[in-house]
Write a protein that binds this ligand. Structure first.
Ligand code: FAD
Length: 417
């Protein structure tokens, strides 16, 4: 019987093994914390070991899984302010999605479905770009995405795949060869919690608000570019909204602290300067120090261009030179038609973005929180949080009501003493 992994940190849940299995003997099943892991049905398995060979997380799968250091680094801001407001960072993703759709391609990315479950879907229309916008800080379910992508690639369609670096690596090792009509963009990623933990959090807020949650958005920009979130819910037939700041949300706080991630995230080989996608997208944290002249009020993307293909796309080289001339691409659209690009410096940018240097460190709180979650349920997790964080939350609330000029005066006085 094949053993796909010996410790949980060896499996990122990318689905490459499931997708490659010729007998469809592998399914992804949640473990006790809700993270999906591959499970082999021994009655269907023919022991061909393709599932082992395709695992780029554990083994050095040869090309096309080579990592490369960025060739170019940019700060980027989308020109369309409506789209920009719904993007977590500077909207670089939307620009690449537009490029792909203008060239008759399809875009695969993560959406939050009607049940508030993050999952990958395929879009082929500009009207659907909004479905993929925004960060969902939960591991997305890839389902049959790799399978679908291969079909599009074989039928000569241009495909853009965006996801976490381990999802991009999984796709590449599943495909097993380079496709000139595939564009990949990985995210700078500090880790993913499980859907089951997030779902329990949602149920807990529904209980607190006595309403039905119809939308949940991480990274809204109503006040500024930062980590604000928003929940939209229905109570007594009326639709209401509630904004959420990380310190007041046990889920968001634990996510940002890195306490509730999948085991493999703490040993992620992709959290570093060497990247797997043609592009890497993240937040340009520290932009005020590196490029103080840039307007950061609505968010700024950090864009790393990691491959020659990526460079050609960003430089607006005629796609017929990049891709096989037999495909019918409209070649008029260029990335900088919709994106301001400011050339930047990778070494400076990585100083302000931890996951361009190393994976998040596994904290002892992880075991404690997930044990409580398994044994006593989410309410007990929330009780622990609000008990542990009582003082910090009160301090935050006091700070929030003090007007900014008074805050500055207090700061000055404190500096002098
Ligand atoms: C779990 C997670 C952790 C992250 N950690 C960091 C970090 O530490 N530092 C940093 O600089 N940036 C991080 N990011 C990236 C950042 O939040 C933005 O997603 C990124 O900058 C793209 O923003 P955008 O404005 O270009 O487009 P947006 O419209 O905001 O992003 C949409 C893109 O994100 C993808 N996406 C959203 N949620 C998921 C998901 N759960 N799984 C896979 N793909 C998803 C969509 O497929 C789409 O391609 C993280 C993102 C996620 C999802």
């Amino acid at each position: 019987m094949i053993n796909l992994y010996t410790s949980k940190s060896q499996c990122c849940g990318c689905t490459a093994c499931m997708s490659v299995c010729p007998e469809r003997a592998i399914t992804m099943k949640p473990d006790e914390n809700g993270f999906l892991y591959p499970v082999i049905d021994s009655s269907l398995c023919i022991e061909c070991k393709l599932c082992k060979k395709v695992c780029s997380f554990q083994y050095d799968v040869e090309n096309p899984c080579t990592l490369s250091k960025p060739l170019k680094t940019y700060a980027a801001i989308l020109k369309d302010t409506d789209f920009l407001k719904n993007s977590a960072s500077g909207g670089a993703f939307v620009a690449l999605a537009m490029y792909t759709l203008h060239n008759n391609g399809v875009v695969f990315g993560c959406t939050m479905n009607d049940g508030l479950k993050p999952e990958h879907i395929c879009i082929d229309s500009f009207n659907d770009i909004h479905k993929l916008q925004g960060s969902k800080y939960v591991q997305s379910d890839l389902k049959d995405t790799y399978y679908e992508i291969k079909k599009y690639l074989k039928s000569n369609r241009l495909v853009l795949f965006t996801g976490t670096p381990c999802q991009v690596a999984g796709l590449k090792s599943y495909l097993g060869k380079e496709y000139d009509n595939l564009i990949t963009a990985d995210l700078i990623c500090h880790g993913v919690p499980s859907y089951s933990f997030f779902k329990s959090y949602i149920q807990w807020i529904e209980w607190k608000l006595e309403g039905k949650i119809i939308d949940f958005r991480f990274r809204i920009k109503e006040k500024c570019w930062g980590h604000g979130a928003k929940v939209v819910y229905k109570k007594n037939g009326i639709v209401k909204e509630k904004s959420i700041v990380p310190i007041e949300s046990c889920y968001y706080y634990y996510f940002l602290k890195g306490y509730i991630y999948r085991e493999s995230c703490y040993e992620c080989p992709y959290a570093g300067p060497y990247r797997i996608g043609d592009f890497t997208f993240g937040d340009y944290w520290g932009i005020d120090k590196v490029h103080p002249e840039v307007n950061r009020s609505n968010g700024v993307s950090l864009v790393l261009v990691n491959t020659q293909k990526g460079l050609q796309i960003i430089n607006g080289v005629d796609p017929f030179n990049i891709f096989d001339g037999s495909r019918k691409y409209k070649n008029s659209f260029k990335i900088n038609d919709c994106l301001y690009l400011i050339e930047s410096d990778f070494e400076k940018a990585r100083q302000y973005n931890g996951q361009l240097n190393y994976p998040v460190i596994r904290h002892k709180e992880r075991e404690i929180i997930l044990n409580i979650f398994r044994e006593e349920g989410f309410k007990a997790v929330a009780d622990k949080y609000y008990n542990d964080m009582k003082k910090q939350i009160i301090m935050y609330k006091i700070k929030a009501i003090i007007p900014t000029p008074i805050k500055s005066k207090i700061k000055k006085i404190l500096k002098r003493t």
